[in-house]
Design a protein around this ligand. Sequence first.
Ligand code: OAD
Length: 243
Amino acid sequence: MSVRIESSIIAQLQRSSSLSVLTGAGVSAESDIPTFRGADGLWRTYRAVDLATPEAFDRNPKLVWEWYEYRRHLIEKASPNPAHIAIAELEKLFRDFLLITQNVDGLHSRAGSEKLVELHGNIFRNRCSRDGRLVGKARENDVPPRCECGAYLRPDVVWFGESLPPHALEKAFEFATRCDAMIVVGTSGIVHPAASLPAVAKQHKAWILEVNLEATPITGLADDSIFGKAGEILPQIVAMLMV
Ligand code: OAD
């Protein structure tokens, strides 16, 4: 069943020359990648403190590595869904565009998005747990594999308590201060600093559209909200913009 998109939403987007899209795990839900919160969310089954903190890795690097390996396998089997593809299409329709994602699954790039920043890293990259250097090839005989320097490798993702990659963060906040419109898709809007971006954009006069299954802390500040599946709503928006 298709969701009704108000023509005023399309008109607002047509008036905007710079568009930012902020995404969270909900955008990959229709690719069968579990979200973090909600009924089937990862944090319902697993404890973030055991798996997604530097302390957890220090305590039990093998457990943490294997959990990320499990997630990598899930993601490798998945394909971009119509929401990812629609966002890649949006990039072509706006002169000035930035996709800001909290997702580490790389599905936006696989769908064709090029102007993007990955605020929480990428699960398919590894870095040295000692000096943070990105490492392509690893010594595979240990779990986790080791860097040439002998330290364990870790996934190049942001764990709780860690800082976000400064360049990505700076680019995201800079764009939020100057975009005309921001579409916030599939995020629960509770993990900062990413969750602050819509408020920053709004303070700088951007129009905010939220696309989510349900209301979130972003809903109150959004100018418009469309409740439903991103994989159904975003392709409709693109189709209406292209008429
Ligand atoms: P969450 O799991 O917190 O939220 C997912 C959101 O997507 C919820 O608001 C759902 O209602 C919505 N959603 C689910 N399916 C959807 C669909 N088909 N279409 C539209 N919306 C849908 O995920 P994030 O907000 O991304 O951080 O979580 C933020 C961060 O918390 C993650 O990046 C991760 C996590 O801990 C780190 O690992 C650092």
